[in-house]
Write a protein of this length. Structure first.
Length: 305
């Protein structure tokens, strides 16, 4: 069953159509990443799903309810972590979580949530004394305290140092393991790659690609790039002629782009072994999620320029 179902969603601001008839679904228990540049329609879409903005056209269901009319029945089952939020700065971390937990019928224990987000040593600290990263952890705690079925995470690790980001990823993964549904927006492609079951890219108000992070834009079937250093005393002309692709020099390496990486590696390594040589700095890479994202969004921006 779909936790979120969107068909033909449209939203206009004056002469500007910010969302142009998009369709997508998020399955129950799935982590779904919605990616897009600023101004692409991402924030408008998420705010419509959250029930904070009305749509002009289309059908939207969130946990079986229309967010435009869902009211308290929907809000009690949804947690939201905004890009930034204001808190009661004079309250302590525990006090503000107790306060927000009181808005829900079955909140999680405040102490448990504080531990989950790594703020145990700050439970009694006033919010105004927290660092930026600690305040983002508190934002995440506020989204979790109601024990939601569906969690909206809007750039949840902005301002985190690398270790804090990894801890947050582990927390998000544990929530998914518990059956929670997560809709994530982020500008960190490695975050989407590591956390999302599926990804959709929105650009100029349209969904331009959707799929798993590994398959998006044909990543798993596109050209692979093989790079290596030539053994001492050899030249490009010495490489075997049956290579599937044309090797070219690049700085101190040789590059080979091919749609047959297994065959290319077999030919290359067989050639090197027959000569008693090693292929130093040998790597095989495919386009990254960031490469695909930049290509798709740039193409859409050019179309609407």
């Amino acid at each position: 069953m779909a936790a979120i179902h969107v068909t033909g969603l449209r939203r206009r601001y004056g002469e500007v159509e910010a969302v142009r008839g998009i369709d997508f679904e998020v399955a129950e228990g799935e982590c779904f990443a919605l990616l897009g540049p600023n101004g692409a329609g991402k924030t408008t879409t998420v705010e419509i799903l959250e029930g904070y903005r009305d749509r002009d056209a289309g059908q939207v269901e969130v946990l079986g309810l229309d967010p435009q009319r869902g009211g308290r029945d929907l809000r009690e089952r949804v947690g939201i972590v905004l890009q930034s939020s204001g808190h009661f700065r004079e309250l302590t971390v525990r006090e503000v979580l107790d306060l927000f937990g009181g808005y829900y019928p079955r909140p999680r224990d405040s102490g448990e949530v504080i531990g989950l987000v790594g703020l145990a040593d700050k439970a009694g600290a006033r919010i105004k004394t927290l660092s930026g990263g600690q305040q983002r952890r508190l934002d995440l705690a506020l989204g979790l305290v109601g024990d939601p079925d569906l969690l909206f995470l809007d750039e949840p690790t902005t301002g985190f140092d690398p270790s804090a980001r990894r801890r947050s990823w582990e927390l998000i993964e544990s929530l998914r393991d518990l059956g929670k549904t997560i809709l994530l927006t982020t500008h960190y492609m490695d975050e989407a790659q590591n956390l999302a079951d599926r990804v959709a890219i929105i650009a100029a108000g349209r969904i331009v690609a959707a799929g798993t992070p590994d398959s998006l834009g044909g990543r798993d079937e596109g050209e692979a790039l093989i790079a290596f250093r030539l053994p001492a005393g050899t030249a490009l002309s010495d490489l075997p002629a049956e290579l599937p692709g044309r090797p070219t020099p690049h700085e101190d390496r040789v590059r080979l782009r091919t749609t047959e990486p297994s065959r290319a590696l077999h030919v290359l390594t067989g050639w090197a072994l027959s000569r008693g040589e090693e292929l130093d700095a040998l790597t095989v890479t495919r386009p990254s999620l960031e490469d695909v994202y930049l290509q798709l969004t740039a193409a859409q921006e050019l179309t609407h320029a």
